[in-house]
Design a protein around this ligand. Structure first.
Ligand SMILES: O=C(O)[C@@H](O)C(=O)CO
Ligand SMILES: [Mg+2]
Length: 263
């Protein structure tokens, strides 16, 4: 069965951030991911991981002014210096936390910025990020995100991501395949998993349309998890869903796939 990581930006938000690690371990998750580590020091985060003997799986590069609606900087021509600074900050965190994977958000393309100019900037920034990441043995992931939840987001489709990965031709640039976003935008989940398996560095899950637990919605995750195993996917599955009630109440699905973890 796949390895499941708890996304602490969405799960266990009933608790203060440090306590979420404890609850994720107790629930049986095998790893940790979240959007951003930057409110805490690398040493604090490492301690919370080590206390639960959990690995860090993934976090995002700095993504601009999140509270003001920014969703990444990578396609924005006037923010390249800030983007590059963010890459170095993220590497410092990863060097302490030990995660191989980092998600680089593309950003929202402003009205007035042409697709071509945004793409050009995105490619330049991804080249920079992957070059630096390679020096640290890290992998940069890019994730198509649906435009219903994130209007104007630059990277929306798997095919678009794969074209960009091919264009840059770097072994440490991978597709972060978030099955919830993919279902909202394009469907064809099983077909895409098979077709783009070699591009996929990380998978995330939630069901659609509500972005709730894997068993609550139109996607048959039982089928998907078996397919992923059958295909030989060796990476992580990040559980990035909005619990329909409390996180604990919604965890019955996990127990079906993974026995309780013993410390
Ligand atoms: O799917 C998502 O929303 C996340 O994986 C993310 O990194 C940006 O919000
Ligand atoms: Mg995601």
């Amino acid at each position: 069965m796949p390895k499941f990581a708890a996304n602490l930006s969405m799960l266990f938000t009933e608790y203060e951030f440090p306590k979420r690690f404890v609850h994720a371990a107790a629930a049986g998750f095998s790893g940790i991911e979240y959007l951003f580590p930057y409110d805490y020091t690398p040493a604090q985060l490492k301690q919370w991981l080590d206390d639960q003997s959990l690995p860090q799986v993934l976090f995002n590069l700095p993504a601009g002014r999140w509270d003001q609606g920014e969703r990444g900087l990578a396609c924005l021509p006037d923010r390249q210096t800030e983007f590059q600074e963010g890459v170095h900050i993220a590497m410092e965190y990863a060097n302490t936390l030990g995660n191989e994977l980092m998600h680089c958000m593309a950003g929202i393309r402003p009205e007035g910025l042409s697709y071509t100019k945004a793409l050009d900037t995105y490619l330049t920034n991804l080249a920079y990020a992957t070059d630096i990441a390679a020096q640290h043995n890290r992998v940069i992931c890019i994730e198509p995100i649906n435009p219903y939840d994130m209007p104007g987001y630059f990277l929306q489709q798997s095919e678009q991501a794969v074209e960009i990965i091919n264009e840059l031709n770097r072994t440490n640039l991978k597709l972060q395949y978030d099955i919830y976003h993919a279902q909202r935008v394009e469907g064809h989940i099983s077909h895409t998993l098979e077709r783009f398996l070699t591009y996929i560095g990380h998978i995330q899950i939630a069901n659609s349309p509500g972005r709730h637990e894997p068993h609550l919605g139109e996607i048959n995750y039982d089928f998907i998890f078996h397919l992923v195993d059958h295909l030989g996917y060796a990476g992580w599955i990040g559980c990035e869903y909005l619990p329909a009630a409390t996180t604990a109440e919604g965890l019955s699905w996990l127990r079906r796939y993974q026995p309780q973890r013993t410390k």
